[in-house]
Design a protein around this ligand. Structure first.
Ligand code: ADP
Length: 375
């Protein structure tokens, strides 16, 4: 470092007058500042200008407080004294909210890591400073939209709950009066009238199933308890629950080791159960269902796959099958209301994951599910 850079502080900058150190500073991705015991800036790299707006010349020899908002000045000099007395490494963003101030006066959030250099008599501190405004802004925007989304979801859940709850009552009335009519006027109706009554009765049973499904759907995630879970154990229980169906259909179910993760037990059980029972339900005629379940680790989530050799799904339906009450078959061909995959979607959403399908008509489908490792 040439001496004109150091202004009044050339005495204390002796020990850092080295080319290597300067090169090191310039190659760092962060703004790097070296400060002496009294808080005078001794060395800065080019990145400092990008972040703070000051040239090197403007900063060298200045007190470090020039880069810190005024309200922190008092505290900061105490911190500095303490740090020089007991220097220790402090990593970036060690749980502190820190602020810098640009030449323009604009304040911005920073992450700073401090490390002491030099000998005890000739001590300096290196600060690596990172402007995290963009990250903070993105975090805030994300939080804001999460809040809005949560609010919307809550309203929607309340609506679905109230609607389905309140719809059940009049439907029960319809059902019971139809039954009453059938009973009290037994033999007085001709065959056609009897048929119409059957239609009304079947339709109200179906409607009551749909409403029950809707109610279940709106309840998912209501009293959510997340805790560490072993998916292998849940899978064993699901296999037991579906035991009769598996035996009846001679389903071959191969389950590879599954992960441990944080989640809601009831909901994950429902997820696994829906996917497996669909894989069995939508089997090909005269073909033994073969289901293979695997898992792999991705960055911060697990990816589970449920592969079957069933009837498959045409590509144009790959998205809509996850919507409420969307089905591709009549209720006579395959039982169901079309809520199962909507449940699965809601459950994966609540676990910070996704669900999608890849399939070939007449060959089989693979449902993929991602679940966050930690929530
Ligand atoms: P449901 O099983 O009550 O019909 P779901 O929401 O579980 O409702 O599934 C929606 C539709 O997606 C089903 O009606 C079916 O057409 C299709 N589907 C779901 N799983 C499979 C599968 N494993 N193989 C083929 N088609 C499937």
């Amino acid at each position: 470092m040439s001496s004109h850079h150091t202004s009044g502080q050339s005495q204390s900058s002796k020990g850092i007058d080295s080319i290597d150190l300067k090169e090191l500073l310039e190659s760092a991705p962060d703004a790097m500042i070296i400060v002496d015991r009294k808080g005078f800036i001794q060395l800065v790299n080019e990145q400092v200008r990008n972040i703070f707006g000051y040239s090197k010349e403007e900063l060298l020899g200045q007190k470090i407080e020039i880069l810190i908002p005024k309200r922190f000045h008092n505290n900061h000099s105490t911190h500095r004294t303490n740090f020089f007395e007991k220097p220790n490494m402090r990593p970036m963003g060690a749980g502190l909210e820190l602020w810098g101030v640009r030449k323009s006066g604009e304040e911005f959030p920073v992450e700073i890591s401090l490390s002491p250099i030099g000998s005890a008599e000739n001590r300096f501190v290196t600060a690596a400073i990172r402007d995290i405004s963009d990250r903070k802004m993105a975090e805030q925007a994300l939080q804001e939209s999460m809040r809005e989304l949560n609010q919307k979801n809550k309203e929607l859940a309340q609506f679905a709950y109230a609607a389905s709850h309140d719809l059940q009552e009049p439907l029960r009335t319809v059902k019971s009066f139809v039954e009453l009519l059938e009973k009290q006027y037994d033999g007085q109706f001709d065959e056609r009238a009897a048929k119409y009554f059957r239609f009304i009765s079947d339709a109200s049973t179906r409607m009551s199933d749909l409403i029950k499904d809707l109610l279940d759907y709106s309840r998912i995630g209501r009293d959510r308890v997340f805790r560490p879970l072993d998916c292998n154990r849940i899978m064993v229980e699901v296999k037991e629950d579906l035991g009769a169906l598996i035996n009846e259909t001679q389903t071959q179910l191969e389950v590879n080791p599954l992960p441990e993760l944080t989640g809601s037990e009831t909901e994950l059980r429902l997820l696994f159960q829906n996917l497996i029972s669909n894989a069995i339900k939508f089997r090909k005629k005269d073909t033994v269902p073969v289901i293979k379940i695997t898992s792999e680790s991705a960055k911060d989530s697990w990816k589970l796959s449920f592969r079957d050799n069933g009837i498959g799904i045409a590509e144009e339906h790959w998205e809509r099958i996850f919507d409420i009450f969307q089905r591709l078959h009549s209720k006579n061909a395959y039982e169901g209301t079309g809520i199962g995959l909507a449940h699965c979607k809601k459950i994966t959403d609540l676990h910070g994951g996704r669900i999608w399908v890849d399939s070939k008509l007449n060959e089989g489908s693979t449902f993929y599910v991602t679940l966050k490792k930690h929530l």
